[in-house]
Write a protein that binds this ligand. Structure first.
Ligand SMILES: NC(=O)c1ccc[n+]([C@@H]2O[C@H](COP(=O)([O-])OP(=O)(O)OC[C@H]3O[C@@H](n4cnc5c(N)ncnc54)[C@H](O)[C@@H]3O)[C@@H](O)[C@H]2O)c1
Length: 269
């Protein structure tokens, strides 16, 4: 890639694996990367048929090679296996996006230990397993991009989210360690920290707010965003997709070990 196209990410020939990419932010990242020419391995906990239907729709739009592997990121072997499946399918692994995520809210004294275990497993431990498997594959080509989808909750806390906030802070730590271990290898490791993004993940929180305050869903959305996000607007999944693609450009090759907030000012407060 020459100096003229430093800002134009060209992912032709690259292979990307994105955990939790059948919906929301992961799906938008897959679309943005496919639009830049990457071949994509989608992942989720949906059945093979459901996931392959998502892959087929994206492949048609972007004329790209898009596949799907069902794998539960709570299972370390499945997490590591997803990266190996990507290598088997495409002969390389250039981009790893650790995105799969779940939420559960309760005060700590009522927080079910099994929910703590699952949230940590899906969002933090899986990222350890995918990353340890992907790094040697990236080193084969002396190029790699590891993008961890953390959160504003990787930088600050909110009540009732002990597991989520701990997992997202932990992911920031993992991001930094992997960046240092691979500085000079052509591999970067960064975290994107979104604020409120309107996806199915936050629907239960919107519904709970609507019920608590006796307001409709649209009013609850406004209320949810108003409390934390000074921009007063949801982040769009496509904006996270564009940021992920930017991290794959030559312009971003010296950005490593950092957290990029896309949060409408949430963590500036
Ligand atoms: N929506 C927001 O406001 C927001 C804000 C900050 C960070 N995030 C983070 O962004 C990421 C994506 O969230 P989203 O809002 O797009 O959610 P979403 O519910 O729309 O999508 C979640 C995806 O993860 C997959 N998934 C869930 N459990 C899984 C498991 N055990 N194994 C594999 N895949 C699994 C689902 O199949 C789906 O594809 C999460 O890590 C989330 O914490 C979301």
């Amino acid at each position: 890639m020459g100096k003229d196209d430093i800002m134009t990410p060209d992912l032709n020939g690259r292979a990307a694996v994105i955990t939790g990419s059948t919906s929301g932010i992961g799906h938008a990242i897959a679309a943005a990367m496919a639009a830049s020419g990457a071949r994509i391995m989608l992942n989720g906990i949906e059945s093979r048929a459901e996931g392959e239907a998502v892959a087929e729709r994206l492949a048609k739009v972007y004329s790209s090679d898009i596949r799907y592997t069902p794998a539960d990121m709570a299972d370390p072997e499945a997490a590591s296996g997803l990266v190996e499946d990507t290598y088997a399918a495409f002969g390389r692994v250039d981009v790893l996006v650790n995105n799969a995520g779940i939420q559960y809210t309760a005060p700590i004294e009522e927080f079910p230990p099994e929910q703590w275990d699952r949230i940590l497993a899906v969002m933090l431990t899986s990222s350890f397993h995918t990353t340890r498997t992907a790094v040697p594959r990236m080193r084969e080509n002396a190029w790699g991009r590891i993008i961890n989808i953390s959160s504003a909750h990787g930088r600050v806390a909110s009540p009732n989210k002990s597991a989520y906030v701990s997992a997202k802070h932990g992911l920031v730590g993992l991001t930094r360690v992997v960046a240092l271990e691979n500085a000079g290898n052509g591999i970067t490791s960064n975290a994107i920290c979104p604020g409120w993004v309107e996806t199915p993940l936050i629907r239960p929180q919107i519904e709970a707010l609507a019920e608590r305050d006796g307001i409709d869903i649209e009013a609850a959305k406004v209320e949810l965003v108003r409390h934390k996000q000074p921009s007063q607007r949801f982040v769009q999944p496509e904006q996270i997709g564009a940021m992920a693609v930017f991290l794959c450009s030559d312009a971003a090759s010296q950005i490593t070990g950092t957290e990029l907030s896309v949060d409408g000012g949430w963590t500036a407060q």
